[in-house]
Design a binder for this molecule. Structure first.
Ligand code: SR1
Ligand code: MG
Length: 407
């Protein structure tokens, strides 16, 4: 009997045998080396490489509890969801997601294309690299993968089958808690608040009841609006990129939810890159070039999303009533409001919640980090409280400039 017929958490030394047995991916004389390369909160990611030819493969295995907290148990079904959605997204947005070679439901492991020649986008942004084609790529990915999965386009019974197949309760619960609840009421006592901003957070987040009400409304939209098959965790750590090309991966939080969740996540994460650049780049010209690009990129993402959305909608709408004059504008309007709301929620939760991000935590100068966090939270509150007013890239630019000017 094979060692891999019963689930166990693999180590680097198991991967070569595993891949040999399951895939026959490498030649018999391959000189295989394996490295654990994951730095996420949830899974174990291995790169297996043939040193003779340079050919490589990624094996990602879901553990039964979180890497960042072993007391938090999590269904390994997330691997199935991830493998399945990568197939769907690959059809909707060809070339923008890695290929899946095999999903093994016993070992809860996915063997996939190695995104050779690409870097994790968050790391590249912390190194202040600029990616002029990113807005183009990410908007094609979002519009196609999201809109084509909705009732606007799909047969409604088929879409409902998809809703069923992508029920993802454990991962959704993480977002419901970490994104939509704990940043406002720290009932699990696991928020990470940067001490110099403790009073600011107390007043601006924990004591702002008007903000709580809007976060609550958005939470129930997240839980009840089965609009589109969303990626569910579309931050810059879920993207591998180079100057010519972008890969979007790691969609294990996928489920049928509001489209604005993905769009808002990207916007928030691009602004974290601004905050890092503003706080850490010393050369004024370099700082201006990088920071201006991050803001231009946010503006371009919003405008290109709107432009492509309208085209893809017109070309693919099948539902009779969704063709009614004015409906597309109404529908897009709700998505844009959700986008701004989620951009705010994601911004806030990465500042005060349990899962922070390196763009901010690596700012060594305490005063600069405190200022960066205050700008982000102030901007985020504007996004949430005034979300229906964010209907173009220019609205984001104005809000960003106002938040920066306030500190
Ligand atoms: C407990 S998991 C923390 C976060 O990591 C993932 O990437 C998701 O963003 C999740 O909220
Ligand atoms: Mg992830």
């Amino acid at each position: 009997m094979s060692r891999f017929e019963q689930y166990f958490l693999m180590k680097t030394e198991d991967i070569a045998e595993y891949v040999e047995e399951k895939l026959h991916f490498f030649p018999a004389d391959a000189k295989l080396t394996c490295q654990e390369i994951g730095d996420g909160n949830l899974n174990y990611v291995f790169r297996l490489k043939d040193e003779n030819t340079g050919k490589s493969i990624i094996v990602k295995q879901a553990g039964e509890c979180l890497r960042i907290d072993e007391n938090m148990k999590l269904s390994t079904d997330r691997g199935r969801i991830e493998a399945k959605i990568l197939g769907i997204q690959g059809e909707a947005a060809p070339g923008l997601v890695p290929k899946v070679y095999l999903y093994d439901s016993v070992m809860c492991a996915m063997s996939m294309e190695d995104m050779v020649g690409h870097s994790m986008m968050r790391t590249a942004l912390i190194n202040h690299e600029i990616f002029p084609l990113f807005a183009e790529h990410i908007t094609t990915f979002m519009v196609n993968s999201l809109l084509l999965s909705t009732d606007v386009v799909m047969g409604h019974k088929e879409k409902k089958e998809n809703v069923k197949a992508f029920i993802n309760p454990d991962l959704c619960e993480i977002s419901e808690d970490l994104v939509y609840s704990e940043p406002y009421i720290d009932y699990n006592h696991r928020n990470n608040v940067f001490p110099p901003n403790a009073e600011f957070v107390q007043k601006e987040l924990y004591e702002d009841k008007k903000l709580h009400l809007e976060a609550a409304k958005l939470k129930f939209d997240f839980m009840n609006n089965a609009q589109a098959l969303i990626h569910g965790d579309l931050h810059t750590g879920s993207i591998f990129i180079n100057q010519e090309h972008t890969y979007i991966f790691d969609p294990e939080f996928a489920f049928y939810g509001p489209m604005g969740y993905d769009v808002g996540n990207i916007i928030a994460n691009m602004f974290f890159a601004w905050a890092n650049g503003d706080a850490t780049i010393t050369d004024p010209q370099e700082k201006k070039t990088f920071c201006d690009w991050t803001i231009d990129c946010i503006v371009e993402i919003v405008d290109k999303f709107i432009e492509k959305f309208k085209i893809v909608y017109e070309q693919n709408v099948t539902d009779t009533m969704a063709k009614t004059e004015g409906f597309m504008e109404y529908y897009l309007g709700t998505i844009l409001a959700d986008t701004a709301g989620v951009a705010g929620l994601e911004s806030i939760r990465r500042i005060v919640g349990m899962a922070n991000n390196k763009d901010i935590t690596t700012i060594a100068d305490e005063e600069k980090r405190a200022r960066a966090e205050r700008i982000i939270v102030t901007l985020a509150k504007n996004y949430i409280l005034n979300r229906s007013r964010f209907v173009s890239g220019a609205d984001y630019r104005k809000a960003i400039e106002e938040a920066i000017a306030a500190f």
